[in-house]
Design a protein around this ligand. Structure first.
Ligand code: GLP
Length: 261
């Protein structure tokens, strides 16, 4: 696992956008794993800007959602498909029919979850999966206690996560769906590169648990420790509780030029 500590959130977004650009430049049919939440937004804005300048095309790419709410009306503005469309896909040349998500309106939700894992496999797997981290250490919507081998499935959100996400529902916690479908931890681990971005002091504790704590279902983001190619991009406030922060800085500053992220 590589920890990249940047001076601020803007620099973190530059690192994250750079990884996506690298995948788009080198893979013939790249598959991007897209996360919601506020953490990846600045990177999405950079990607849009690069596209608008004519420097970047997504025409050959596909994208898969990490998770989705269950129970919102189709087209609800806070559905994660709508969020990703609004924040990224509507502004780039990714063919809209190549933005995939789990069918949360299916009658047989368990079957829809199985189909989603199959779809990801049929696409050839995810080249780079962006991740944020919840205050309780969740990734996607894998709440504490999630099986480390879990597949895409329905989950129940914790009170804490519903309270955190109430800000997207005009602060009405009761409007935040109780149920979600999320790629499982086992599904996420199959992506070829995991890139987790976290900024701000509120992320310091979950980042320290995920990066330097034990591998445990109590901190689902700790699965990054199992992945052969995981990058954690944090700004200084989010890095504040990392015991080995100086080592991570030194390693990054002295990285051999040929070694990419
Ligand atoms: C939600 C999403 C996660 C995201 C988390 C953190 O729960 N399902 O994918 O990582 O929020 O969000 P933020 O980046 O806004 O702190």
């Amino acid at each position: 696992m590589e920890i990249v500590i940047t001076p601020d959130a803007d620099a973190a977004s530059e690192v994250v956008a750079g990884v996506i650009v690298g995948v788009l430049d080198t893979r013939p049919a790249p598959v991007l794993g897209l996360a919601t939440g506020s953490s990846p937004l600045a990177a999405y804005r950079r990607l849009i800007a690069a596209h608008v300048r004519g420097d970047l095309s997504f025409a050959h790419a596909s994208a898969v959602l990490l998770d989705e709410y269950v129970g919102l009306t189709p087209g609800h503005p806070e559905a994660y498909r709508a969020f990703i469309s609004r924040e990224l896909v509507d502004h780039i040349d990714l063919p809209p029919e190549r933005l995939f998500g789990p069918d949360v309106h299916a009658d047989d939700l368990a079957e829809a979850c199985r189909r989603y894992d199959q779809l990801i496999a049929d696409l050839g797997g995810v080249d780079v999966q962006l991740l944020g981290i919840g205050s309780d250490g969740h990734v996607g919507f894998n709440e504490p206690g999630s099986s480390l081998a879990s597949r895409t499935r329905i989950k129940t959100l914790t009170r804490a996560t519903r309270a955190d996400n109430a800000r997207f529902f005009e602060d009405h916690e009761q409007e935040v769906p109780r149920h979600v479908v999320t790629q499982g931890l086992g599904t996420i681990l199959e992506a070829r590169h995991l890139v987790l971005v976290a900024c701000g002091a509120g992320k310091a504790a979950p980042i320290a648990h995920a990066v330097e704590g034990p591998l445990t279902a109590m901190c689902p983001a700790s699965i990054l420790q199992l992945h052969p190619h995981a990058t954690v991009v944090v700004d200084e406030p989010a890095a504040a509780e990392l015991k080995l922060a100086d080592y991570y800085r030194e390693a990054f500053e002295n990285k051999p030029r040929w070694q990419q992220l």
